[in-house]
Design a protein around this ligand. Structure first.
Ligand code: MEV
Length: 339
């Protein structure tokens, strides 16, 4: 039995993500490869409150608090409330019987195409479920997070929720079971932030409009991107990592051709290549947000400096390896916190 001074505290996390190959084309049935950004995570802590307190949602980085079930909220609060309602609905738990504080923190840049919304939603659902004694299985959790992704992005492919929930490199085709990808050795990426919000909803809608106007042109681009993604998978599985850089460059050129690059992204992609990156491309929805550069240890510093001097508001290094990520449940989860 817990004494009155003991509180059950549960913590869960989920990583950010970046798309290596195949964004936008993935919305039209082509494959994509995405990887978690393990060093940047959303972290959600659920703590018991005294009886009859109800549910409190705390968005710590934003300095905001909301009532858990319904009640007045801005867009951020409605998003958290929706994620909470979804997981409670899935578990068949009535929110009226809960007395908990759910605290959300994240160091994943917001609105930069790094899956921050999906990660917050995944960590929140995982933490709440674990607090109630349920380990949500990956596919079930990913499907729930997909529902909140639709709130944010309109018509997403599902790649963001899949990558942050699986927490490992994935081969993703809409409507198919995602395949964890094994990456031989270790790839180093530098993620350059343009400082301009990625408008994923708008970029996906813009590409849809172009697809409706000239389907044959866009389908041709998507086919070419799909072919690049297959070649990248082959390069990854055979260890021919030197092929990845040129494939990233080609993928970027096709994304620019369909209209989702931006002057800021072009500047960073060019700066990275000039400084010796093995390849560089925009990543995610584009029209702002982030780009990625593949580097080896010799050029890493030069590329980082080039990105910074070309206007990157931050440069986030990340390593991709075949290591399978954890469940995102952290030490201390399910523990009794005597404080
Ligand atoms: C967003 O991270 C990637 C896009 O392909 C949209 C999607 O797949 O939902 C642009």
């Amino acid at each position: 039995m817990r004494s009155s001074s003991q509180r059950l505290v549960t913590t869960a996390t989920a990583p950010g993500k970046t798309i290596l190959f195949g964004e936008h084309a993935v919305v039209y049935g082509r494959p994509a490869i995405a990887v978690p950004v393990s060093g940047r995570r959303a972290r959600v802590t659920v703590a018991d409150l005294p009886a009859a307190t109800g549910i409190r949602l705390v968005a710590r980085d934003l300095g905001k608090r909301y009532a858990g079930a319904g009640g007045d909220a801005d867009d951020d609060g409605r998003f958290l409330q929706a994620a909470l309602a979804l997981v409670l609905g899935e578990l068949g738990v009535d929110s009226a019987v809960l007395d908990i504080e759910v605290t959300v923190e994240s160091d994943i840049p917001i609105a930069r195409g790094m899956g921050s919304g999906a990660a917050v939603s995944a960590a929140l659902m995982r933490a709440v479920a674990a607090h109630l004694g349920v380990a949500l299985e990956r596919e079930r959790l990913s499907a729930l997070v997909f529902t909140t992704e639709k709130m944010l992005h309109g018509n997403p492919s599902g790649i963001d929720n899949t990558t942050v929930v699986y927490d490992q490199p994935v081969w993703f085709v809409h409507g198919e079971r995602p395949e964890p990808l094994s990456v031989p050795g270790r790839l180093t990426l530098l993620i350059g932030d343009t400082g301009v919000p990625a408008r994923t909803r708008e970029s996906v809608a813009m590409v849809k409009g172009r697809h409706q106007e000239t389907p044959e042109v866009l389908e041709g681009c998507f086919d070419a991107i799909g072919e690049i993604v297959y070649q990248a998978r082959e390069a990854l599985s055979s260890g021919a990592l030197e092929k990845l850089g040129p494939l990233m460059d080609q993928n970027h050129a096709l994304l620019a051709a369909i209209g989702v690059s931006s002057p800021e992204l072009e500047l960073l992609v060019r700066a990275a290549r000039d400084a010796g990156a093995l390849g560089a491309k925009l990543s995610g929805g584009g029209m702002g947000g982030c780009m990625i550069a593949l580097v080896d240890d010799r050029q890493r510093e030069a590329v980082r400096e080039a990105l910074q001097s070309s206007g990157a508001t931050q440069v986030i290094p990340t390593h991709v390896s075949g290591e399978v990520g954890g469940s995102g449940l952290q030490a201390g989860q399910g523990c009794y916190d005597a404080r």
